[in-house]
Design a protein around this ligand. Structure first.
Ligand code: ADP
Ligand code: MG
Length: 285
């Protein structure tokens, strides 16, 4: 029994009416559900125990739940409501984010205005700062893992998917090669990294928010990795000549090859560009 829950753990089906699938991941599916008691809609991530092949996989699920509990309470983190475990699954019941993935909105908009990018990005940096302060490295920051709570102007941005996250101590080094090709930091590819790797991923996200294109790309994973390891940022192609120097400086400080020189979340929150452009009136979002 993975979550260490007793036999009195109520079955998921007793408490929730399960509806359609709304997402899919490596270890299971995410479904829409409704609380029988309150009629409140929720999202349920069901992780198949059959797919947890080694001790590490089991530990990762335990860490995912523990970390979701720890970082909860920040406005930009998906709220964990409860967990349930049965013979075949671990179920994670979360607040429903009905507005879809930020990824889809970027694709739709091609790229965002600077002000809008700054307002969204500020929230991302704030939530990552919250995680880092609590000693949590996310390790899979990408637009697919930022969800929106609705479609309207007052929709809030929520970080989710702590499935690859870990607790870290200051100066602790990690070696597991995890993450997603476009967003992975060079030192992760060299298998010697710390929490600074999250800041690199934020730099990739910011580049995409401002231009609609990833800074490091290729037809295969290997080609992408080669570009990441080479570094260098293309600010010549469209729309970069029209983008402000302050925004470019922010990207540059995040896509810094040397993790020791890379900006921290605290520094980015004080960056001129975010201070000037990133303070949103909610109505503007
Ligand atoms: P994985 O670890 O397998 O990538 P995620 O936690 O990222 O799983 O969930 C997979 C997808 O399911 C997400 O990208 C998103 O589209 C959807 N999803 C996850 N959590 C929620 C939620 N709370 N509300 C709405 N959709 C969600
Ligand atoms: Mg995911």
């Amino acid at each position: 029994n993975i979550l260490g829950k007793g036999p009195d753990d109520p079955r998921l089906e007793e408490l929730f009416l399960l509806d359609k699938q709304i997402g899919k991941g490596a270890f299971g599916v995410v479904r829409l559900a409704r609380s029988k008691a309150t009629a409140e809609p929720v999202a349920v991530k069901s992780i198949s125990k059959a797919k947890l092949v080694c001790k590490e996989d089991v530990k990762d699920v335990q860490a995912e739940v523990a970390i979701m509990n720890l970082v909860a309470g920040h406005v930009n983190v998906v709220t964990l409501q409860s967990t349930h475990e049965d013979k075949d699954y671990v179920h994670i019941v979360m607040e429903l984010c009905n507005g879809g993935e930020l990824f889809d909105h970027i694709v739709e908009a091609q790229h965002l205005t600077e002000r809008k990018a700054a307002q969204i990005f500020r929230k991302m940096v704030e939530v990552v700062n919250h995680c880092h302060e609590l000693g949590v490295m996310h390790r899979d920051l990408k637009p697919e893992n930022f969800l929106l709570t609705g479609k309207g102007a007052d929709a809030e941005l929520k970080l989710t998917d702590f499935g690859l996250s870990v607790f870290f101590k200051h100066n602790e080094r990690f070696r597991d090669l995890v993450g997603s090709p476009y967003y992975v930091a060079p030192e992760v590819l060299r298998k010697n990294y710390g929490y600074e790797a999250d800041m690199w991923s934020l730099g990739v996200i910011l580049y995409i928010l401002l231009s609609g294109l990833p800074p490091f790309w290729g037809d295969t994973e290997d080609q992408i990795f080669k570009m990441v390891l080479k570094g260098g940022i293309d600010f010549k192609s469209e729309p970069w000549p029209k983008v402000s120097d302050a925004a470019k400086d922010c990207v540059r400080k995040l896509l810094e090859m040397d993790p020791a020189k890379r900006a921290t979340s605290e520094q980015i929150l004080k960056h001129d560009w975010l201070v000037k452009e990133g303070v949103a009136l909610t109505a503007e979002l």
